[in-house]
Design a protein around this ligand. Structure first.
Ligand code: HEM
Length: 413
């Protein structure tokens, strides 16, 4: 079998994408009650919104640090759900600690958090900062465990504010991720079939044509479903709440000054961690939908070529924040021969189905841009801020972002 064919078979057996990039095992909400540190962290995460609202989180963490700076979190080796929960809890508390006062962010995370975050993230070979995967993909539970994922049946495990607006913001993302499982499955199967057709030199058959059209239609229909969900953002998450409250907690560490005299020095130090003889300082981005693997995977499967502009580079940087199996899926989709096959076979039906799928990718991006305008541009303008200086929570300059991805999607379809 051709090497790429083997890769498709391996991916086919190791992924079950009925829930998209959400894990099949539901995330766990708390750490096991097996150590004093675990118990304290469970307590803090359950009261994170009250502590932040009262401006007392930093005090609470400082006290914890004084009591047990060298304590290690206790989780079962190899239990990935517990690891994800531990990382989520530690990073939400750390992010709250940094941004409790958005005007004066803290530039050093205390050892009790820093050492545990660093060692868990090192063992997973991932960035020690809150990502979209933590804040969305591993941060939900089913209200009724006998029912499926839906807007009515999801709630987050942890929030910064405790407000229903933040819960809705997370829920919308989780449900879009779940729904898009159908598009990802279709994109994968279409690419796999294109590969089989190419490598086995099969004569072109109507069955293959019908099958490929069905996969592409599934992508279009799923994107329409995802757009419907996206359009409900404002039903439960007020743009003013996002702009004035939530956005600050999702900010990246490149916005934290470490030296008041010098604007160029930014980042967050990890107290108690030593790398090459000194305390590390990290400047990671905040969580952002740009770290979701859905769009890059679909772009890749459909053979969409974006302009190599500054946004290309920025969005590629976001991919480093994705879990490794999601990155792998995107890379395999980049090898898809689907577009080439469609361009070679002269089938108007297939070409139309492919163009339609690209069209809906563009429409999804357009709808998303409207959200960015409502939730970021308009409130910023009302405050008299220049839109040229705005950056997203992921830190990308919005003046470049707005339109650039949408335009290059539209130009391909
Ligand atoms: C109020 C809601 C939302 C706002 C204000 C918002 C804001 C942003 C911003 C500012 C960016 C640019 C990157 C950055 O610096 O963060 C971005 C990118 C992105 N967001 Fe959102 N977003 C929202 C909801 C969503 C949802 C529900 C999804 C679905 C998963 C999503 C998916 C994406 C994707 C895929 C990108 C990368 C750009 C692309 O490939 O077109 N966003 N978002």
């Amino acid at each position: 079998m051709h090497r790429l064919g083997q890769v498709y078979e391996v991916i086919n057996t190791m992924t079950d994408i009925q829930r998209g990039f959400l894990t099949l095992d539901n995330p766990v909400s708390h750490l096991p009650l097996t150590s004093p540190l675990n118990i304290r962290l469970n307590h803090i995460i359950s009261h994170l919104p009250e502590l932040l609202r009262a401006g007392k989180l930093r005090q609470e963490v400082t006290a914890l640090n004084a009591e047990m700076a060298n304590a290690t979190i206790d989780i079962d080796d190899g239990n990935i759900q517990q690891q994800n929960a531990a990382i989520l809890i530690l990073l939400m508390i750390a992010q709250g600690y940094v941004w409790e006062n958005p005007c004066q962010p803290e530039n050093m995370i205390p050892a009790i958090l820093a050492r545990n975050i660093y060692s868990l993230c090192k063992s997973q070979q991932r960035f020690p900062a809150l990502t979209y995967a933590d804040y969305v993909l591993y941060n939900w539970k089913l209200k009724d465990s006998s029912k499926e994922i839906s807007l009515d049946n999801i709630e987050p495990l942890a929030t910064f504010t405790g407000q229903s607006d933040e819960a809705w913001f997370i829920t919308i993302h989780v449900v879009i991720e779940a729904v898009c499982g159908k598009a990802l499955e279709a994109a994968f199967q279409a690419s796999r079939l294109a590969h089989v057709v190419k490598t086995t030199h099969q004569p072109w058959s109507p069955t293959v044509e019908i099958q490929l059209c069905e996969y592409l239609e599934k992508i279009s229909l799923t994107l329409q479903e995802a757009m419907d969900i996206l359009s409900k953002m404002q039903d439960g998450c007020d743009p003013h709440f996002y702009w004035s409250t939530l956005r600050h907690y999702l900010n990246g560490w490149e916005k934290v000054k470490t030296d008041t005299d010098n604007d160029a020095n930014h980042g967050v130090y990890f107290d108690g961690v030593v790398i090459h003889g000194k305390m590390p300082k990290f400047r990671y981005k905040g969580p952002s939908g740009a770290q979701s693997s859905i769009m890059p995977a679909l772009d890749a499967a459909l053979g969409l070529n974006h302009d190599i502009d500054e946004m290309y580079q920025t969005l590629l940087a976001f991919q480093q924040y994705m879990p490794p199996n999601h990155m792998l899926f995107i890379q395999v989709m980049k090898l898809s021969e689907l577009k080439h096959l469609i361009q070679t076979i002269n089938s108007s039906k297939l070409t139309e189905a492919w163009k339609n799928a690209l069209h809906y990718l563009g429409v999804f991006r357009l709808e998303h841009l409207k959200l960015v305008q409502q939730y970021i541009y308009h409130p910023a303008e009302k405050q008299g801020l220049s839109t040229l200086d705005l950056t997203g929570t992921g830190g990308s300059p919005l003046s470049q972002y707005l339109g650039s991805r949408y335009e290059s999607t539209r130009n391909n379809s």
